[in-house]
Design a protein. Sequence first.
Lengths: 404, 378
Amino acid sequence: MAYDNAEQLEGFRLEARKWLEANCPPSMRTPMVDDEVVWGGRNATFKNPDSKVWLDRMGEKGWTAPEWPKEYGGGGLSRSEARVLEQEMRRIKARPPLFSFGLWMFGPALLEFGNHEQKLRFIPDIVKGKTRWCQGYSEPGAGSDLAGLQTRCEDKGDHYLINGQKVWTSYADKADWIFCLVRTDTSTKHEGISFILFDMKSPGVEARPIQLISGESPFCETFFTDVKVPKDQLVGRLNGGWDIAKRLLQFERSSISAGGFGGTGGSGILGPDDYAKHHVGTDETGRVADGDLRGRIADHKMYVKAFSLTVQRQTEQAKAGQAVGHTASILKYAAAKMNQDRHELLIEALGTEGLGWSGEGFDKGALKATRQWLRSKGNSIEGGTSEINLNVIAKRVLGLKEHQ
Amino acid sequence: MSFVLTEDQEMLRETATAFARDELSVNHLRALRDAGANGKDPRTRQKLAELGFFGVIIPDEPGAETFGLTGLGQILEAQGRTLAATPLLQTALIAATALQLGGSPAQQAEWLSKIAGGETTFALALDESAHFAPYSVATEAERNGQGYTLNGLKKYVPDAHHADMLIVVARTFGESGDRHGLSLFLVPRDAKGVTIAELKTVDSHGAAHVTLENVMVPEDALVGPADQGADILDPVLDRAAIGLAAEMLGSAQAAFDITLEYLNNRKQFGQLIGSFQAMQHRAAKMFIDLEMTRSCVGAALAAADAGKSDVAELASLAKARAGELVHLVSNECVQMHGGIGMTDAADPGFYMKRARVQEALYGSASWHRDRYARLNGF
């Protein structure tokens, strides 16, 4: 809002450029390395000390959350200023200072649904990366049918008491706090859900990592036994949690599709066309020798291009004030397909080079591609399965009816 | 901003959409077909001229602004919605672009205003086999005292059965398959030695095989420099592919819309068939593809207007994706309409038939995938 005309915006650009130049450490201008990603939080570790400097400076400035209100520690920038900042960061190849579910999912929802005190209490620590949040959504009996969740939350007068179990809680073993969906009324379904926040150090909370097919354990089973939660940590209205839950899922789907599921860019993995050229070989005109594989790679690359053009189109149309509808589900579905196709093609193009698990004898990038191929299978499951997203599109965008 | 239309383009889009809906419905095409018109529709040509649609990319005076290819794309998308058979792709896009890129000042002065006014229509006579292969031209143009003598056979030339003029791609040097050695010629349909054999086609738009037998044209029939016609032809064909992709997007969108309406009306087992998940998920996937293709077409139109260096790549992207989309949607349109979809009285079959023609012209999805891969270095 502050900068309406191009001239003022250019002024901001120079200012941002100067600040970034002075404050972004040189090692933060190199491609991200996996074990240097910063998730923040009470127990944050910084393998590269520059990461901490960079996070602290950006957090202090509020530029980890450029468009959030200054009042709560955000950058207070307009949409166009934030875009300029993004461009300037890209220009010097600055790493994102902070990866955070607080930034991507919880913060935007709290800004919309929380009260002033809650925002003052929680938002600044998200911006500065001091609190790491995890998401208590899925349960053993409530996956796609999320509203079927059973974790009980009882009103005990001066506090709430929580009992139950969550699953697929990303990084619950590393998180400081949880934003959690709980059942506060057992007589109805959607209208009996509330949205509550509590410290993962509270007595009665236990997180156990789950080993996945990729060999990694980013997700946990999380158990709650008589967990006491102060009453002022309920967000929104009692039994009004489902609306917050849905809104937050939109933020989650957008962040998933915007990030392309992570692991891309600077990750040491080449594209399927590069691997195909190397491991399958080329004909005398430089074309990948396996024509069928080549065609499928081309088809995939076109899908990728179409996806990025669609993100760009929706951004431009939103900026021009044109309605763009339920884009989160569209992009989430497409991003999952895109990333899974990419990894299938990578493994196919790598041949036996893509079948290593660990150790010597395999290229590092190839080993990583194999793990990411397995990881990518979750893309069509997490944050709303592809089937659920198709349901959302069919009903909310296309207006197709339910069974009578 | 490249994806957001200007106010003028938006108005043009609205006018074109309303015109196609009110005057060029699928029923109009059905009636033309039943009357044996085979895509010839002089009254529509007249109305298009009155609306100014032929001159959308031609400036009123040199240097003046136009609606651009993006503007023309809106009209083509609108006519794609109703499968309208019009001379716009061949004349307003292809011929106008070829003359703008390669025409001499005299040729431009003579023809561009006639195109803009709808007085003269054109057809690009290029392909000689059943598949798009722009450099596989064996038609010969031999120099004679006053100009050139043309001999050859052009296959399935869109609009050649009613266009006033032909733009003939002929070889002045080298062999079929060579990029170098192509030249473009303006040939009146009634020139001596031109035989136009009208074809009844599956989409009811019609087309023609064109035979050139010792056709004499003067020196000034040549558009652009001799032997270097491909330098004009390539950008013309990219823009033709983009324009056609816009038309295909319109067809796919309309076929999708009528399918959606049917899903929301037809009942079986006491339920709307659109309430079955087997239908819902297919519909949702088509919608995602539609949205993504719309982005590709928009980007390609904008890139052409901005004279960007990635026009060829985006043209292949748009045409390939539009090709896959329009097949998927038109086939699902027939399938989801059930028995009704198999009848001539219903519209789905028209979309499916036209989709095949759209796919074959200016490069199939497979042709453009191959080129996209080549342009991307693999």
